[in-house]
Design a protein around this ligand. Structure first.
Ligand code: PHE
Length: 471
């Protein structure tokens, strides 16, 4: 195994790690999917289930991923391989944890390009145009997307060239606090609108009758996905984490930050929706983040015209889309960093060379994904399964985002519990945190990591496969 230690960075401090990991975790899932899921599925009842999963299922997986990375100072392939003494099957599991973020980056990039186009349109005074139904279909089928795509990729790879401290961490240090302040300001503004309180009570009053098995399943997938688990991201970020710092405590901060932002996003989105139409039936809201952000929310912002004028409404819309763009950008950087870390560790590339290689690969795959929504017939009607016609974009999203994620989480648990063993994991978790030894947390992880948690993840994996491919 070759390693180029100069090109392997490190976060400058615990705070640097927390901000970068939170930057990865906070994304479209927090700002849009979570609020809608919560309001459809019993409000506070959903929230309680979600919090339970974050604490008892996701948090242990998070610790395991970060510990694997820090122990080996390697990307996922290197980490699985080093701990298992070069076992080829485990190396394969590591490759899956590289391939997954690699492919997720493909469609995440496309969505982020749409955000850029929306911000531009709003800045040019076209909020009214964006809120016409069907306009989204025109935006995604417009070949000028490629120009924005190139600009976005140039920005992304410029940041990544700056490395862990000068690129990823610096970006998170600027954008994460900005994002939090913008979110709070928008929440305050929206809560002053008429009817906002209807949305708040819809969001927060618990309704346990709505909770069934599929809601529980959905809460777990959402929590897993929101914390950026099962993608090798935390393994890689763990490899940049100092041995002086405390993994359990830092992870707790990341989980709290991620969950708080999701919670406040609900305080923004639902009151806004109910202020728009006090009789909104949330059943009718799509849980697809994409449909909601690009089709529905522009109408909501335009409806604020009567309260704050067209310019005011456009400013609120621009602030919201910028917020989502910042969240997407910090997540995207984290996704693309994983294969880059692999090229550096496993092939001995310099960071520069690794970033260039990744840029070329990403462009090659992003082009068909961009053409999947009308530009090219071939990629738009790429395949079909589960009784539905699917584009290249859908295929990548279904396979990697929806399906493989919990599967990689499952392999991490099995790997740590049975290959590395909980004693090995503990040896790493006590570094920087003496109090881990003998703690309740240790006892819980020792018991659950090889039993309850993988079983729960397996159930989620199987039910997702069933729903998407055979539904
Ligand atoms: N965790 C992010 C969210 O909540 C999404 C994400 C997915 C980030 C994949 C990185 C990688 O939206």
């Amino acid at each position: 195994m070759v390693q180029n230690s100069q090109d392997r960075g490190q976060f400058s401090s615990k705070l640097g790690f927390i901000l970068a990991a939170a930057g990865s975790a906070v994304g479209l899932g927090n700002l849009v999917a979570f609020p809608v899921m919560a309001s459809k599925n019993g409000g506070a009842a959903f929230l309680i289930i979600y919090l339970f999963f974050v604490a008892f299922i996701c948090y242990p997986v998070m610790l395991a991923e970060i510990a694997m990375g820090r122990r080996t100072t390697r990307n996922p392939v290197g980490a699985f391989s080093a701990i298992s003494g070069g076992n080829p099957y485990w190396r394969l599991a590591g490759m899956l944890a590289i391939l997954t973020p690699f492919m997720i980056a493909v469609f995440y990039t496309v969505i982020t390009v749409w955000l850029v186009v929306y911000i531009k349109e709003i800045a040019f005074g076209h909020l009214d145009m964006l809120s016409q139904s069907g306009h989204f279909g025109e935006v995604v089928a417009d070949p000028s997307l490629f120009a924005w795509l190139l600009g976005l990729l140039a920005l992304m790879f410029f940041i990544l060239l700056g490395g862990v401290k000068g690129g990823i961490e610096r970006l998170a240090r600027i954008l994460m606090p900005t994002l939090a302040v913008m979110l709070v300001l928008l929440v305050i503004f929206v809560l002053t609108l008429d009817n906002a309180s209807v949305g708040v009570s819809y969001y927060l009053v618990p309704d346990f009758d709505r909770v069934d098995l599929s809601v529980i399943n959905g809460a777990l997938s959402q929590a897993f996905f929101s914390l950026s688990l099962g993608m090798g991201i935390l393994i890689t970020y763990g490899s940049y984490f100092s041995r002086k710092d405390n993994i359990a405590q830092s992870s707790r901060m990341v989980a709290i930050a991620d969950t708080s932002i999701a919670f406040f996003a609900g305080m923004l989105i639902l009151p806004a929706i109910f202020a728009f139409d006090a009789n909104t039936d949330t059943e009718s809201l799509s849980t697809s983040s994409v449909g909601l952000i690009f089709d529905f929310l522009p109408q909501i912002f335009l409806s604020m015209e009567s309260a704050v004028g067209y310019t005011g409404a456009s400013m609120v819309a621009a602030a919201f889309f910028t917020l989502v763009f910042f969240a997407a950008l910090t997540s995207m950087v984290s996704i693309i960093e994983i294969p880059i870390a692999c090229w550096i560790d496993e092939f001995g590339f310099s960071r520069r060379k690794a970033v260039l290689l990744q840029a070329v690969l990403l462009i090659v795959f992003t082009i068909p994904a961009t053409m999947s929504l009308g530009i090219s017939d071939f990629f738009t009607n790429f395949t079909s399964y589960g009784g539905v016609s699917k584009s290249f974009f859908d295929l990548v999203s279904d396979v990697f985002y929806e399906t493989i994620l919990p599967f990689v989480g499952l392999t991490v648990c099995i790997f740590c519990a049975y290959q590395w063993k909980v004693s090995g994991l503990k040896e790493e978790l006590v570094v920087g945190d003496e109090s881990y030894s003998g703690s309740l947390l240790e006892k819980y992880i020792n018991f659950s990591l090889g039993t309850v948690i993988p079983v729960v993840l397996l159930v989620v994996f199987l039910s997702t496969v069933n729903q998407i491919y055979f539904g």
